[in-house]
Ligand binder design. Structure first.
Ligand SMILES: NC(=O)c1ccc[n+]([C@@H]2O[C@H](COP(=O)([O-])OP(=O)(O)OC[C@H]3O[C@@H](n4cnc5c(N)ncnc54)[C@H](O)[C@@H]3O)[C@@H](O)[C@H]2O)c1
Length: 361
């Protein structure tokens, strides 16, 4: 979808993170002006240079926390934002069990604070990063958006609560519009290899873990359980290329700018791959070996997640176009380029909110 003639300005929270950075590039490629807010708690300012290179322009980037309303008011006061895309959040299921207060604070209170700041600035459009985890252990696969929600951990519950907050807001005021996008399993990287997923510590997601094992950075992959009711006994997931996800956000922003109301849309391919299939795909796509060992099931894992992405086709004219081989190739390219580059610098403390990185304050 193409933006209206005078391209509007889009605020991207968490725009230096994995999915956010790819979406910033896609939005700029469609002519939108992009403003990024990120507290660098799970990213690095290093990401900005490759993002700007891919955008072919500078990207106004503000370092701060989405829970800081004054900071958001300053950013919104300086930029004529028409729509926000809200990626900023915490995403590790295991951490959410250990630190529920942090997860509710960042994911729910962060969304609430952003919504209040947007309301005060008269910007009543938001595209929200939700997750398939809101379904819990779905009774039906592929799973449609109408499936009952039964998240099984604080992370999933914080995403459900944020979705409901936005739905209530839209119900209270017909000027508001929100689209919650429920991602299944994002994977892959930009084909340039310059941006991708850079997990801090042990990767939570399968493909970055495989990439580190294949690169010799970790000895072996642990496959949690081979006794699930799936064809080879390992868990099946619906992987979606991060470039496809970025395109879906561009379509969602265009839709948001044209109409209000609340919508919830799954983003997946509808095709599932088991853990062993992903390992084989990665080995085949990159001509490498991925050592692995089977270990007992991990508590909280479900056998199968598969998206029914029919609604995304109908409302966004979107479908996943890139397959697992492309995800594996692109992830491996990013991993190699990342490892060859200088080691990641120390994390910038999040204690410097309101520091405008660019443009200069
Ligand atoms: N990657 C996945 O597997 C996946 C799946 C489903 C949903 N999601 C959701 O999508 C969103 C983006 O995920 P991602 O994989 O790009 O994660 P990410 O951690 O790479 O990106 C999140 C970004 O938000 C920033 N951030 C975190 N807390 C912040 C705060 N309080 N204020 C400002 N910035 C903050 C981080 O520094 C980071 O740059 C998250 O909300 C996540 O829950 C991700």
């Amino acid at each position: 979808m193409t933006p209206p003639r005078a391209a509007p300005c889009v605020l991207v929270t968490g725009g230096l993170g994995y999915i956010g950075s790819h979406t910033v590039v896609a939005l700029a490629g469609h002519g939108y002006r992009v403003v990024v807010v990120d507290d660098l708690s799970n990213s690095s300012i290093d990401v900005l240079a490759p993002v700007e290179a891919l955008c072919g322009t500078s990207v106004a980037t503000y370092c701060g926390d989405v829970r800081d309303r004054e900071f958001l008011a300053t950013v919104l006061g300086r930029n004529p934002v028409a729509c926000a895309v809200h990626f900023a959040g915490l995403k590790a299921v295991g951490d959410s069990v250990r630190m529920p207060l942090e997860y509710y604070d960042v994911n729910v209170n962060g969304t609430l604070t952003l919504a209040r700041a947007l309301e005060a600035a008269g910007v009543r459009r938001v595209v929200f990063s939700s997750s398939a985890t809101v379904y819990g252990d779905p009774a039906v696969a592929p799973t449609p958006e109408t499936h009952p929600l039964a998240p099984a951990n604080p992370y999933g519950r914080s995403k459900r609560d944020a979705e409901e907050l936005l739905a209530d807001l839209c119900a209270s005021d017909p000027r508001w519009g929100a689209i919650s996008l429920r991602y299944f399993n994002p994977a892959g990287a930009h084909p340039s290899g310059t941006i991708g997923e850079r997990p801090q510590g042990v990767p939570n997601n399968l493909v970055p873990y495989i990439a580190q094992v294949a690169n010799g950075e970790r000895p072996a992959l642990r496959v949690f359980g081979d006794d699930y009711p799936t064809p080879d006994g390992t868990g099946v997931r619906d992987y979606v290329h991060v470039m496809d996800l970025a395109s879906a956000h561009v379509a969602a922003v265009a839709r948001m700018l044209s109409r209000p109301g609340n919508e919830v849309i799954n983003l997946g391919s509808g095709r599932g791959y088991s853990v062993l299939e992903v390992i084989r795909a990665y080995e085949h796509a990159n001509d490498v070996r991925v050592p692995y060992e089977i270990v007992p099931r991990r508590s909280g894992d479900v056998p199968r997640y598969l998206a029914d992405a029919t609604l995304a086709g109908q409302l966004l004219d979107w479908r996943a176009t890139r397959g697992i081989d492309e995800m594996c190739r692109d992830a491996a390219r990013f991993q190699r380029m990342h490892v060859q580059r200088a080691p990641r610098p120390a994390r910038t403390p999040a204690s410097s909110p309101n520091r405008a990185l660019s443009p200069a304050s």
